[in-house]
Ligand binder design. Structure first.
Ligand code: NDP
Length: 417
């Protein structure tokens, strides 16, 4: 099979590396790369040991790289002979890796929108800054790039494509619902990089409504839903990567919203941080030094990677899709659930990382055998959803679709599926 290069060795990278080794018969060499050589080598040693690699014959090898340096990434692609590059590093690396793939012809995949560390991006034009302007070049050179291939964005976009392909003639609304009902036992922590996370939850919310972009204050709009497995949950309207590409790729759908569950305690702590200005990235003077308040908070919060070990409970992520089929109203809830402890026992990561890494590997397998090879840049909802959804359970994430009442009610009782 094709040689694989994984860039990023955080929570998601851990899952992708484990899954790559589990499916190693489909690939040639597997190289794992991140910034810090020592940390990376220790992680790779663990993965090799977990699957019984013998001394001197590792399943996965490592190469440190600065993934913001496009020339260095290009060199690494060339020296490893990688024809598939899985970018699960920080989103600040996307631009450099995209260019390296464009130049070498290696297939590219990522899980999050590109970001610039020191600028605030104004939605909804996120994809129009770095990714989409490169699309004509990817197309002209026939190079494959799959954008946004985690769970959300990622699998939820594919659920929408599947609903449109098989179940609905017209989609009137898409509600993406993401609930982590797990408990890490800490007073306050973020599940991924506090920088990115605290910004995401405190910026103005953008939603696609009545066929146009609307802005609302964060956490000002919520609904109570009753989901399978995790029961009743309060979920808040939030902006999220996938809204922009879905609005483009589902032009007949007037309303697309993203909702995330937050507990009361989390909301209270966040309100205090935000009100005091501690979520701000604008530096303030402290005893003669300039300090960004969010950097200080980040330094004090638990390392997200350290949460996995004691995480208990489950996540449920799905899409509530409503529209019409043969003139009749129809509503589907298409969803997955994962268990933090189960995922930790398998690969040493919690379910949020697991739910991102499994779709990455599912797509990588489809890229490896040529099933998914658009030879241009696409957002994942532009691909045929069927082979992906047929394969994802085998890689580690089951899913299901339920037809729901069209009157807004939820038929799930607490704790049932
Ligand atoms: P982490 O912050 O835990 O890990 C990031 C990794 O990227 C680290 O291994 C880090 O290396 C590496 N990295 C950062 N900068 C560089 C660089 N300049 N050169 C090389 N490597 C670098 O992130 P996660 O694993 O939690 O998330 C990974 C990605 O997945 C993120 O883009 C995140 O936004 C996305 N994501 C997407 C989701 C989805 O559903 N679509 C859900 C969750 C996450 P080092 O350790 O050496 O510093």
């Amino acid at each position: 099979g094709p040689n694989l290069l994984i860039i990023g060795a955080g929570g998601v990278g851990d899952v992708v590396a484990n899954k790559a080794v589990q499916f190693r018969d489909r690939f040639g060499t597997i190289t794992w790369s991140a910034r810090t050589a020592e940390k990376l080598a220790a992680k790779a040693a663990k993965v090799n040991a977990r699957y019984g690699a013998t001394e001197g014959k590792p399943f996965i090898t490592t190469e440190a790289v600065d993934a913001r340096d496009s020339a260095a990434v290009k060199k690494l692609i060339e020296s490893t002979g990688a024809s598939i590059v899985l970018n699960v590093a920080s989103p600040y690396c996307n631009e450099a890796i995209l260019h390296a793939c464009l130049e070498t012809g290696a297939k590219y995949l990522d899980t999050a929108l590109a970001e610039h560390e020191f600028t605030i991006d104004i939605p909804p034009n996120w994809y129009e800054r770095i990714e989409w302007p490169l699309r004509p070049e990817f197309k002209a050179k026939g190079v494959t790039a799959l954008l946004g291939m985690g769970f959300d964005p990622g699998v939820v976009n594919i659920f929408c494509a599947w609903a449109r392909k098989h179940h609905l003639d017209q989609i009137d609304s898409i509600d993406i619902i993401d609930v982590n009902a797990g408990n890490h036992g800490k007073y306050f922590a973020t599940n991924f990089d506090p920088d990115v996370n605290l910004r995401e939850v405190t910026e103005e919310v953008i939603t696609w409504d009545e066929g146009e972009w609307k802005f609302i204050p964060h956490h000002s709009v919520w609904q109570d839903v009753t989901l399978p497995i995790v029961g009743e949950q309060r979920v808040y309207s939030m902006g999220h990567d996938e809204l922009q590409s879905l609005a483009v790729n589902f032009p007949d759908t007037p309303r697309i919203s993203f909702w995330m569950g937050f507990g009361e305690h989390y909301m209270k702590v966040l309100e205090v941080l935000d009100t005091l200005g501690l979520t701000s990235s604008v530096p303030v003077e402290v005893d003669g030094a300039m300090v960004a308040p969010n950097r200080l908070v980040k330094a004090l919060l638990p390392d997200p990677a350290s949460l996995a070990e004691n995480y208990m409970g489950k996540i449920v992520i799905g899409v509530d899709v409503r529209g019409r089929k043969d003139g009749e109203d129809k509503r589907l809830f298409i969803w997955s659930t994962l268990d933090h402890k189960e995922n930790y026992e398998e690969v040493g990561a919690q379910s949020i990382s697991y739910s991102t890494g499994v779709p990455v590997m599912t797509a990588a397998l489809l890229m490896a055998d040529g099933t998914w090879d658009p030879k241009t840049m696409v957002n994942v909802e532009e691909m045929d959803p069927d082979p992906f959804l047929a394969l994802m359970p085998d890689v580690g994430c089951p899913w299901q679709a339920d037809e729901l009442p069209t009157d807004d009610t939820w038929p799930y009782a607490e704790g049932q599926s």
